[in-house]
Design a protein around this ligand. Structure first.
Ligand SMILES: Cc1cc2nc3c(=O)[nH]c(=O)nc-3n(C[C@H](O)[C@H](O)[C@H](O)COP(=O)(O)OP(=O)(O)OC[C@H]3O[C@@H](n4cnc5c(N)ncnc54)[C@H](O)[C@@H]3O)c2cc1C
Length: 309
């Protein structure tokens, strides 16, 4: 069976920073396992500026930042197209890559699998199942990785910071959203967000408005919303569900350690209840900036190296 000193699950900012620091600290046998075709994590498809300051003292777009992280780790063993399917006690992993499924064992495992938005399926929205319904992450992959235009006049559901990055993505596409819908009485992002959406992007923010149903046969044709007990239809051709981040937990919920609030339970040194496992980055709630996750990756690497002395 393949053995390593450290296996890192997830090649985003946290995982790649940890790999780099471990090697600097003298732990040479480190493997990063990344399921996507390219490492870099979420920044790969965030086309807007706002990345790189905490780690490199530069202000970059997400793809530029991801490319820098890949360049920084180009001499390391970063395996893309490799999904970790299962975690077992004492550093056991079941992985799948181009050669099929097999087992691996590592003295230490760092879980850095990040987070994802809550999709439609988990939000209990009625109606039909047409094309054009997606999360921010999926939209950004369509736009920045696949260069596709999935709709012309979507509705954005949610008003967190990430919801405003949908406005930037839409601007990049030359698309103007019909409305932003927020269930609560005020936007989740600070109040100025409402003004920014309306004045800078020309998009009304409908607060205290709940999405009831999505309608359409092939593509989305309209959404049904409720405000103050009144229901109405808004014509649109897409719906973007934003925010409500939850850790990417499919992997570790059946793992050999305890989880709290959907995230692995850790001590002050990022260590899980099974001492072979550590966790860092956005997989630990709540959603953080890429720079904070990168720093957490460095700190977790130091803790892992210390635990191996
Ligand atoms: C729309 C959006 C806009 C953002 N804008 C900004 C911004 O402007 N500035 C900023 O600093 N931050 C921004 N962020 C936050 C930033 O992207 C995250 O903080 C950062 O990417 C988290 O890093 P991470 O390494 O913890 O996780 P991720 O970047 O999510 O990386 C996790 C990696 O793990 C891989 N993975 C998951 N499960 C498995 C598995 N089972 N096997 C193998 N690999 C697996 C994933 O494919 C992924 O590559 C934004 C986030 C979003 C969603």
């Amino acid at each position: 069976m393949e053995r390593h000193d450290v296996a890192i699950v997830g090649g985003g900012p946290a995982g790649l920073a940890a790999a780099l620091r471990l090697v600097e600290l003298g732990i040479k046998d480190v493997v990063v396992l990344e399921r996507e075709a390219e490492a870099g994590g979420i920044p790969r498809h965030c086309g807007h500026m706002g990345f790189g300051w905490q780690s490199h003292r530069r202000l970059w777009t997400g793809p530029r930042f991801a490319a820098q992280l890949r360049a920084d780790t180009s001499s390391l063993d970063v395996r893309t197209g490799t999904t970790v399917l299962e975690l077992g006690p004492e550093g056991h992993l079941r992985i799948r890559d181009s050669q099929g499924a097999r087992h691996m064992i590592a003295n230490r495992v760092l879980i850095a699998t990040g987070t994802r938005e809550t999709p439609r399926a988990a939000r209990l929205v009625g109606g039909t199942r047409p094309q054009g319904v997606m999360t921010t992450g999926a939209l950004q992959q369509h736009v920045y990785l696949n260069h596709r235009r999935p709709f012309d006049r979507p509705v954005i559901v949610g008003s967190e910071w990430v919801s405003f990055s949908v406005l930037v993505t839409c601007l990049h596409l030359g698309v103007r959203p019909v409305a932003m819908i927020e269930e609560n009485a005020a936007t989740t992002a600070p109040r100025a967000g409402r003004l920014v959406a309306r004045l800078a992007f020309g998009v009304p923010v409908l607060t205290a408005t709940r999405l009831i149903a999505i309608d359409g046969r092939g593509q989305v044709e309209a959404v049904e919303v409720e405000h103050g007990g009144q229901r109405r239809r808004i014509a649109c051709d897409g719906v973007v569900f934003t925010g409500q981040f939850r850790p990417e937990n499919a992997l570790y919920m059946t793992g050999p350690f305890a989880s709290d609030d959907l995230a692995p339970r850790i001590d002050s040194a990022f260590r899980c209840t099974d001492p072979a496992f550590f966790a860092a980055g956005n997989v630990l709630r709540p959603l953080k900036s890429s720079g904070t996750c990168w720093r957490q990756g460095l700190a977790a690497a130091a803790a892992i190296a210390g635990s191996m002395l």
